[in-house]
Design a protein around this ligand. Structure first.
Ligand code: URA
Length: 283
């Protein structure tokens, strides 16, 4: 089989979708499901609503007959959109138990001693998330590194220290007042990039975390978080600095703190994004 990573965005989107379908079917089979209904509901109670130009994220009631626009539609038009934004098939992410989890604790229990993807064998801990379950501000990173894997808490290593400084010194907030999670909840070997099947296996849990917390603002840290949440392959350098509507929640992609450790000159870009987030939180 050809394992060369595709460069064409539509090929990437197709491969990701196939990996998601595969992970979903395997998970259902491992749960004893032998057949699938012709239609399913959506994991979110609201449809994705692009509100171009309004500056507001407006939840829209989902209806079975309504075709939801793609997640990740920017609210102020950056110089890219439709051709790069792949739709996320949220219907695939309806998992038994996840929808019924009414609290973060119940959701963590649903994850259990997870073996839904291959990352379980190398992890020390599942890194679920940390912070205020009613946070108005939620950060989503890529995945645990060594320190996070050992301590079972996201963003506690060097990149985490920088994120904590952004929150406490830059935003004048307390780390415990925000919520911090990752796209994938187990550390990849040698901190390699998460693979599509791993992202797909974890995605229902991240979506439900966001749904339960329902923050006013989501900040996607770095390429993987931004591209996963937006169903996009547009580079983070182009996604950042613009507002997106994520299922009725305002989403700001920005650069990852680990990138900033290597490129401190770009801290000013993150500060510009964070100032937009602060303005939104003050509204
Ligand atoms: N980088 C991430 O994306 N997440 C963490 O939890 C730590 C480092």
């Amino acid at each position: 089989m050809n394992r060369t990573p595709p460069s064409d965005p539509s090929q990437v989107a197709l491969r990701t979708l196939l990996a998601q379908v595969r992970a979903y079917i395997e998970y259902q089979q491992s749960s004893g499901v032998e057949a699938f209904p012709r239609t399913t509901g959506s994991v979110f109670p609201v449809a994705v609503s692009p509100v171009a130009g309004s500056g507001h994220a407006v939840p829209v009631q989902a209806s079975a007959s309504q075709a939801a626009p793609s997640p990740g539609t920017p609210q102020s038009a950056p110089p890219h959109t439709a051709t790069h934004v792949a739709p996320v098939a949220t219907d695939l992410f309806v998992l038994p138990g996840v929808q019924q989890a009414g609290t973060l604790g119940a959701l963590r229990e649903e994850i259990g001693d997870c073996r839904r993807c291959k990352l379980w064998s190398g992890r020390t801990h599942i890194v679920f998330g940390v912070g205020n379950p009613q946070a108005r501000l939620m950060f989503v990173g890529e995945g645990p590194g060594r320190d996070e894997d050992l301590q079972a808490e996201p963003f506690v290593g060097r990149a985490g220290q920088l994120l904590t400084e952004i929150i406490t010194k830059g935003m004048k907030m307390r780390r415990e007042d925000v919520y911090i999670a990752n796209v994938i909840k187990c550390r990849p070997p040698q901190n390699r990039n998460p693979e599509p099947d791993e992202i797909a296996a974890c995605q229902p849990f991240l979506l439900r975390q966001i749904e339960l917390i329902r923050p006013q603002v989501l900040v996607a840290l770095g390429t993987f978080a931004a591209q996963t949440l937006l169903g996009s392959r547009v580079p983070i350098s182009r996604l950042r600095g613009h507002w997106y509507d994520y299922h009725g929640v305002k989403l700001m992609p920005t650069l990852h703190p680990a990138y900033l450790l290597r490129n401190p000159n770009d801290k000013k870009l993150v500060w510009a994004d964070i100032k937009m987030v602060l303005s939104e939180l003050e509204r």
